[in-house]
Design a protein around this ligand. Sequence first.
Ligand SMILES: Cc1ncc(COP(=O)(O)O)c(C=O)c1O
Length: 397
Amino acid sequence: MSDTNTLRPAWSSMAAGLPEDVLGPILANGTKPGIISFGGGLPSPEGFPTKELERAAEWCLEAMPKRALQYSDPQGEPELRAEIAKYENGRGNPTDPDNVAVVTGSQQALDLAARIFVNPGDAIMVQRPTYVGALEAFNLSQPRYVEMPEDEEGTAPALIGDEADGVKFAYILATFSNPTGRTMTVERRKQLIEKAREHRFWIVEDDPYGELWYHRKPPVSIQSLAPDCTIRFCSFSKVLAPGMRLGYITGPKEVIRMFAKAQSYAVLSTPCITQLMAAKVMADGLFSYHLDDIRRIYRAHAEAMLAALDEFMPKHPGISWTHPEGGMFIWLTLPEGIDTMKLLPEAIEQGLLYVPGSTFYGNSPESHQMRLSFVTVSEEKIREGVKRLAALISSKL
Ligand SMILES: Cc1ncc(COP(=O)(O)O)c(C=O)c1O
């Protein structure tokens, strides 16, 4: 297309104000052969149930092609909402199909949440650090961020004070968080609920990793403890496949109806065929064996990375890392003088990728941390990658 047109795009103030994407190009550059990537937060393709999804796709196209290829109910197909409700009840989350809205990946739920709750300048409370994709989705609604207090064990809701007054919702990754891998105790979950009631904000509980536990189930969901003031987002990306682009929201019916309305305005509907496929594999009992398979894969990779960190990382009081009990991430903290964004080009030269920690903050980023993602790298490469990373860090101490 010719670039000679003199009519410049007239961006909205929101689009014009979006920060430059510093990280995307670096990460894209870094996916060359030979690079060991602890960067992308992609689920392991080893865990995709390809045979079952193939059979389900065939079944949908043979048994109900006209329906599968049509637009669908903006709140989600009834079969899928019924399966989700059954599954969530089994996980200890009392849910009726009317309490469920299906979305095009839980990423869309984040976008819609900001759109239906936030006017420009309204406050969203976020953890330090938090999921960068949530910040990006929320930024389209021009919020400001209030950050949750923390102590040495992570997010510390008991310390929330008057800064929470007027906050529209608190966005919480309570279980196997992205980026830290940390899990909030039941006690801290209850403290958050108390603060939500005291300061009258909603809780948005983003829970895409809850099924990916290694040895024991995580604590009960915040929503199960406070269904009246919690909206929970779940995803099929980690338990089926991200290419399905399926996630769901559970919450009070009034809230679900608003999400369904916004969903209809935004995209008309989530693809019907992937919803019917997911309903079919769930009805056929896929999760009764498949979740254990994924847990086994993820546990082995996490153990390989933790063992390599123990073996190779320099013993230094400023160096520590989280020990996740599920999920896909380890959060590595370095001595304060080491800026992991500045270190990244050198890491890429050494054939290594990670995500610099400063990306994951709503306000006042810290620069001496990084997120390590381990599920798409083989155990052998994990060891080699951590060895290279440790050598690089040693050279900076
Ligand atoms: C915490 C968190 N929430 C939401 C998402 C979005 O997931 P999806 O849109 O694939 O359901 C991700 C993806 O990595 C995530 O890590």
